[in-house]
Design a protein around this ligand. Sequence first.
Ligand code: NAP
Length: 236
Amino acid sequence: MTIQRTYAIIGGTSGMGFGVARRLVDRGDRVLIGGRDQGRLQHAAGVLGERATTRVVDVTDRATLSSFFSKAPPLSGLFTPAASYQTGSFRDASPEIAASPFHSKFWGQYWTVHAALPYLAPTSGIVLVSGAASVRPLGSASYTACNAAIEGLARGLATELAPIRVNCLSPGTIDSELWRMRPSNIREAAFSTWEDLTLSGRVALLDEIVDAALFLLDNANMNGTTLYCDGGYALR
Ligand SMILES: NC(=O)c1ccc[n+]([C@@H]2O[C@H](COP(=O)([O-])OP(=O)(O)OC[C@H]3O[C@@H](n4cnc5c(N)ncnc54)[C@H](OP(=O)(O)O)[C@@H]3O)[C@@H](O)[C@H]2O)c1
């Protein structure tokens, strides 16, 4: 008998979240995916097929996180790439912009894990998402601090939630929907800067980031650590 596992992915309609969902259903698992936009959820469900269930959720709203996980089956894993924020320089950012990475990306993931906890199997794995700015700042101190805080959160949660495993994935710039939806001049300038800043000399492929996320979800000996899938950005 094949055991069918269920994984929750918050931010599963696009980018790395959708990529991980697609790999999981392709290998026979079920996914419960969330995002704010019903239309994007329906589109994702159409592509992923019957092994996917979708629910609307906004990680900045704890009530929607409770309803998202309500009556969920036992979960084998949780992946939390959902975030929407603005960044700005220390001197120029308004209080709202300075706080926005923490509001959405840090507290979003913190309260997502809190809401998911009753449904997570003891053998499950959680993968949080930070970003390469955590170790090498690029112009927004609050965004840098937010990503470093998420990596600390993974270590703290790993010690408090054991035997549930908690790790963090820290990507660099990815050739993905997030960038393709931005104006081409902004995307090309960002990609070109990134190419100069990394040892690999190129932006990441989405599949490479999905591989890294699945490795952290699956490998039972990975715990309390951050995986930097950033082409050597931190070393150049
Ligand atoms: N792409 C990169 O180059 C890059 C580099 C470094 C770090 N990262 C980090 O990786 C993470 C994901 O990146 P990605 O490229 O996969 O992004 P993406 O393609 O924009 O996908 C984000 C997903 O999260 C959902 N989402 C956004 N805000 C949400 C909210 N408040 N509540 C619930 N769902 C929300 C989106 O759907 P809705 O909009 O419909 O809600 C979408 O499904 C982010 O934390 C980002 O900071 C990305």
